[in-house]
Design a protein around this ligand. Structure first.
Ligand code: PNS
Length: 160
């Protein structure tokens, strides 16, 4: 069975990678898809986010990286997939995810959202936290892979 794991991935963190790895063990195919939303200001453009996801998941043979715009349910239908994977870090995620899951099922009754609990180790982690730390020159080595750290440094300081 194939599933979709959607998100902004701006940038990908060890929290996302934890979900991707675990989903790849349980499902035949995982399509990780980046929302290309020009109205939401992102630090990295979609091309860079695709590149970072591809290079950090290259060992996982049943994982594909893609991007989409518009409604997630339309993307799912186009790919003939009816299961969306989301990570839940804490109760604070629940309200937003609850709303999205029900909205997606309202739009397409065939869609189911399956939640994986993010590992305890990464329960505090978000792309926003990573960007904040990196922006102010903090160490993000424990939060993102080396290539992501390199690109954050380049973005904020133009160095290396
Ligand atoms: O990583 P994020 O920002 O929490 O991901 C949110 C995402 C991309 C999964 C969500 O915004 C989404 O699916 N957007 C596509 C538009 C859509 O389908 N909206 C209706 C459901 S609320």
């Amino acid at each position: 069975m194939a599933v979709i794991y959607p998100g902004s991935f701006d940038p990908v963190t060890y929290g996302h990678l934890d979900i991707i790895q675990r989903a790849s063990k349980k499902f035949d195919k995982v399509i990780v898809t980046i929302l290309d939303n020009p109205s939401k200001k992102a630090l990295f453009d979609v091309e860079k986010r695709l590149e970072l996801l591809k290079s950090t998941t290259k060992e996982l043979k049943n994982v594909e990286i893609d991007s989409f715009s518009g409604l997630l349910v339309d993307y799912a239908k186009k790919n003939d997939i009816s299961i969306i994977i989301k990570g839940l870090r804490a109760i604070s995620d629940f309200e937003y995810e609850f709303q999205m899951a029900h909205t997606n099922t309202m739009l397409d009754e065939d869609i189911e959202t399956v939640f994986l609990m993010t590992s305890n180790k990464y329960s505090f982690l978000s792309s926003s936290v990573v960007k904040e730390i990196s922006k102010f020159n903090g160490d993000v080595s424990k939060l993102v892979p080396e290539i992501v750290k390199y690109n954050l440094n380049k973005k904020f300081r133009g160095d290396i």
